[in-house]
Design a protein around this ligand. Structure first.
Ligand SMILES: Nc1ncnc2c1ncn2[C@@H]1O[C@H](COP(=O)(O)OP(=O)(O)OP(=O)(O)O)[C@@H](O)[C@H]1O
Length: 335
């Protein structure tokens, strides 16, 4: 990796949460003698991200993604470990640091609610000291890709979700920060807005060399925006590498799908048990299995499958990122 810009070493973050005791007496006791338990949201996470990389940070619900992003953005103080982004300690150096990064939370806005979008952008222009000519140039670029011009006069509170996220992206990138953190930037957006935002993020990554780290549950984002994937589960990194390496690491880079009468699962599993290829019932008569094409001979698998069930259709393809991530989460759960 060339020139790391983000260093996280043994990063930890715990939350202290009140324990709720049952019933009315419990409620009184909670009030008088509160008890707390510790949630380990991020347990021990180590990674480096190079300048200009575009990294997707994935994990199931509650895995610790948002907590990591909030530490990276300087909003939360790590409970342990080290964190450095460029030459800053994000939380400690927060005031200076935030001028050098962009942050987008898909679920909440950083725009002033009652101000027209352009007024928010003008305020940010002043905060960041962006010269007028540069401001105009960037507005033009944002308008080109994010189609902003129609939104500029509208107060943030009147924007639809998709419009709001587009305006938030412009606000986060106005000062051309070298590093941008995005927490579920495409959540709840329709396909066309998603496509626009993905294209925009890809463009700033490629053309401006902006380093991106984004959390998402939408694996379409990963395919479109990121070259590298880090997967966190229960507060720990369980994978860090390219999507291709992820397929290879798992050894299940191929997928077979068959359409067969309902109730075919047992017969399929029996037919391929020697190959250790377990099937999943996807409903509506579709059954699929992930397997390692280097270990299992595909013609052998196909022959066994077709002998076991009266198949209406059979499809072979490379496993999608979605397949692989689902499998990774499962593996993490059973580890
Ligand atoms: N403010 C908080 N107070 C207490 N516990 C919290 C707080 N924020 C998060 N947690 C807990 O920390 C853990 C990690 O949460 P986090 O929001 O970082 O996960 P996530 O991977 O972003 O999840 P999701 O995909 O659902 O957004 C979870 O167990 C969550 O309940």
């Amino acid at each position: 990796m060339s020139d790391p810009i983000i260093h996280a070493r043994h990063l930890k973050r715990t939350y202290r949460v009140p324990v709720r005791r049952p019933g009315l007496t419990g409620a009184f006791r909670d009030l008088l003698t509160p008890e707390y338990r510790t949630v380990q949201a991020v347990q021990d996470v180590t990674f480096e991200i190079g300048r200009g990389e575009s990294v997707a940070y994935l994990g199931p619900n509650g895995a610790g993604k948002s907590t990591t992003v909030k530490m990276l953005a300087g909003i939360l103080k790590p409970s342990g470990g080290e964190l450095r982004v460029m030459d800053f300690h994000p939380h400690q150096d927060r005031q200076q640091y935030v001028r050098n990064i962009g942050v987008v939370f898909g679920q909440r806005t950083t725009l002033w609610f009652d101000l027209a979008v352009i007024e928010s952008l003008r305020l940010l222009q002043r905060v960041y000291g962006v010269p007028e000519a540069v401001f105009q140039e960037r507005l033009e670029l944002f308008d080109e890709v994010l189609d902003l011009s129609g939104l500029l006069a509208t107060p943030a509170r009147k924007l639809s979700l998709g419009q709001r996220v587009r305006a938030d992206l412009a606000a986060a990138l106005l000062h051309a920060p070298p590093v941008v953190f995005l927490d579920e930037p495409t959540i709840g957006l329709d396909a066309s807005v998603k496509a626009r935002i993905r294209a925009f993020l890809r463009q700033i990554n490629r053309d401006l060399g902006t380093t991106l780290l984004l959390t998402t549950h939408d694996l379409g984002d990963v395919e479109a925006i990121s070259d590298r994937v880090m997967v966190i589960d229960a507060g720990q990194l369980i994978f860090d590498g390219t999507t291709r390496a992820m397929r290879e690491d798992l050894g299940r880079g191929d997928r077979v799908t068959v359409v067969a009468p309902p109730g075919s699962l047992a017969a399929l599993n029996a037919a391929t048990s020697e190959l250790a290829v377990p099937w999943t019932d996807e409903g509506k008569g579709r059954y699929s299995a992930l397997y390692d094409g280097r270990r299992v001979r595909t013609p052998d698998l196909v022959a066994r499958t077709l002998a076991a069930v009266p198949a209406e259709d059979l499809e072979l393809r490379e496993a999608s990122i979605e397949d692989v991530v689902r499998e990774l989460y499962e593996r993490g759960r059973h580890a």
